[in-house]
Ligand binder design. Structure first.
Ligand SMILES: [Ca+2]
Ligand SMILES: [Ca+2]
Length: 259
């Protein structure tokens, strides 16, 4: 066998092993198909809670980790569900000072949840640059306004879905619904995001089906004093703070049929 054939064979093997390693290392979250209508009321009694995503470890702090005081300070158990038109997120959040925000500050420097979602199942999971079908969505977990933001600053051409809401006090997701119930340790948050809000004439609407997988991550953002100069902290399900600019560190969301 010619040396170059061996070399290419070895390189191919190493590439295959590398890709296999990558596939094994990519965490998967599950969104369950809705079996009964989800009522956005802050109660998760109608939810499939069999596969929670947890953010509760020091290793998941991605910004301001030195401020993290443990799971009572900030942690969450998060559930995902879907129907043909919507992604649902339910979160049992522990936050020693919930519903905290500062007027004019970014939602990711307030109490909020960040959702990272690709609407293109065919996207290259190793891509390091956002594509127009990659979305960073921020949901304020305050007790009444439920403002939202979509961050598209990492895209050269956002294809008509521009950055909005990044300085607070805006509702940028059409059809969005959210509700919250305060608990002893924080709150239960429940929200509905229509897939149509992540589509336009240029960006096709995502149509979930059982077995479909897309790039995905979750972020918890927290402040505990609504004063200028107070540091915010962020924790992520997987990856580092680089998830904000690169989908390469995201995990995967699997759309599962109802059992
Ligand atoms: Ca409910
Ligand atoms: Ca807080």
């Amino acid at each position: 066998m010619a040396a170059w054939v061996k070399w290419f064979g070895m390189a191919g093997l190493m590439l295959a092993l590398g890709l296999a390693g990558l596939a094994q290392d990519t965490p998967e979250a599950i969104a369950w198909q809705v079996t009964e209508p989800v009522t956005i009321d802050g109660s998760l009694e109608e939810w499939n809670k069999s596969t929670p995503v947890t953010i509760s470890k020091a290793s998941q702090a991605v910004l301001g980790g030195y401020l993290w005081g443990g799971s009572y300070d900030l942690s969450a158990t998060i559930y995902l569900m879907w129907d043909a038109d919507n992604l649902y997120i339910g979160a049992e959040i522990q936050d020693d000072v919930p519903f905290t925000a500062r007027p004019g500050f970014k939602p990711d420097e307030a109490d909020s949840i960040g959702i990272y979602l690709s609407t293109n199942p065919g996207a290259d999971p190793t891509r390091e640059a956002y594509e127009p079908t990659d979305f960073r969505i921020l949901l304020m977990t305050d007790g009444y306004d439920f403002y939202t933001a979509i961050d598209r600053d990492m895209l050269q051409d956002p294809m008509g879905i521009e950055t909005g809401g990044m300085y607070g006090d805006e509702q940028v997701i059409e059809g969005y619904e959210a509700a919250v119930v305060e608990t002893r340790r924080g709150c239960v948050f429940e929200a509905k995001i229509p897939f149509a809000a992540l589509a336009n004439d240029l960006i096709p609407k995502f149509t979930p089906e059982p077995g479909v997988k897309v790039g995905f991550d979750l972020e918890l953002n927290d402040i505990d004093m609504p004063c200028p100069g107070v540091g915010a902290k962020s924790m992520a399900w997987t990856g580092s703070s680089a998830i904000r600019t690169s989908p390469a560190e995201w995990g995967v969301l699997v759309f599962q049929a109802a059992e």
